[in-house]
Design a protein around this ligand. Sequence first.
Ligand code: SAH
Ligand code: SF4
Length: 440
Amino acid sequence: MNVYDSARMADLMAPLGYTLTEEPADADMAILNTCHIREKASEKTFSELGRLRNLRTAKKSRDEGDMVIAVAGCVAQAEGAEIMKRAPFVDMVFGPQSYHQLPQMVAEAARGVGHILETEFPLEPKFDHLPDEAIDTNLSAFLTVQEGCDKFCAFCVVPYTRGAEFSRPAAAVIAEAKRMIAGGAREITLLGQNVNAYHGEGADRKSVSLARLIHDLAELDGLDRLRYTTSHPLEMTEDLCLAHRDVDILMPYLHLPVQAGSDRILEAMNRRHTAADYRRIIDKLRGYRPDLALSGDFIVGFPGETDQDFEDTLALVRAVGYAQAYSFKYSPRPGTPAAGLDGQMVTEPVKSERLARLQTLLNEQQLAYNQSFVGREIDVLLEREGKRDGQLVGRSPYMQSVFVPSPAHRIGRIATVIVQEGNANSLRGELKPGSVADAA
Ligand code: SAH
Ligand code: SF4
């Protein structure tokens, strides 16, 4: 979502004459868009700010003018005052729900009003103030349809930093998708912290579900692939599960975090479902779409997690079988209920050991999954040049990165690839002869 937000900030700055630079050292303005989800992500903000300060000093000493430094995103939201204190050279700090005010803030900064801190949650949704022109002309584009969260998992800062759940009206989403397609997008990923809780307003003022929105988007000419992320198990409604069977362009890949396999821990996390509930949802989805690739998020070392609880997580992973997954050590976040469970903290070495065991299992599953593709033919959206000369990389329907030898002019095509090699993090193969027409 920060990638999407950053693109919108660039849209907002374009009328003021700003363009994106590949070279931070030359920037007249640097916006650091931050993440607060775990301590590690949050701490990075301060080291990156130090780097930006050095670039600014160097730019000034080259007599190339000043560099405005801004901090955006969820660290700005949660620790705005702290940033101003620890990094007083920062000119502007604003949260994820106020970046539409960027042009005013830049004008104020130019008038020399001093430091600007903007971390309110304005009553009008920022989407009403964002310009239309989507500069995201990536072949695979992100489109935010929902933001915020009302679920309040005990470990998570999102409800505090992104605010309450909000869904954009369906018409606004469809209009934006059309602009993205006109700009060259062939694949769109619908984004939300709880994207399947989407309930945007429809034409008749009735609420539109994510499944309905997916059906409507699938009608758009020129769109070949749809995805959505991130979902909560409680919101996997029947119509959404059925969309995986009925909508051709909805790709057979689902990121459905479960966090833990122990019911005791799931309850302490306030996830409001059991491990068996989760498995029932997966079984249903696989009934509708047998080749569905699954991904998940896991937290190890939540306060009070015992060896047995952790074994339950491993057992769930074995039972489900993931195509890929993300796993993290629990990180106490300021202001969240779990951060108050001091007495039950799992020690760092135990967390490390559990994470290593979990990741070993997940990596084995991922490798076996990728190897099961050897000899098969899959469709790949060729997105960009790979690291090696004469090589392109794209995604399979199942989200795997696929490398193929191919001339660059095929970027943007969907080609059939014969898979020759399945590695831990990617596939290698070659284009099926005749599967993609060469440009004249
Ligand atoms: N809305 C999604 C997740 C959004 S946060 C959901 O409910 O599943 C992305 C992931 O970061 C989470 O799934 C969780 O695995 C991880 N995460 C969030 N807070 C964390 C914390 N305090 N410590 C470690 N991992 C955390
Ligand atoms: Fe955080 Fe997701 Fe839970 Fe919301 S549902 S509180 S975003 S982990």
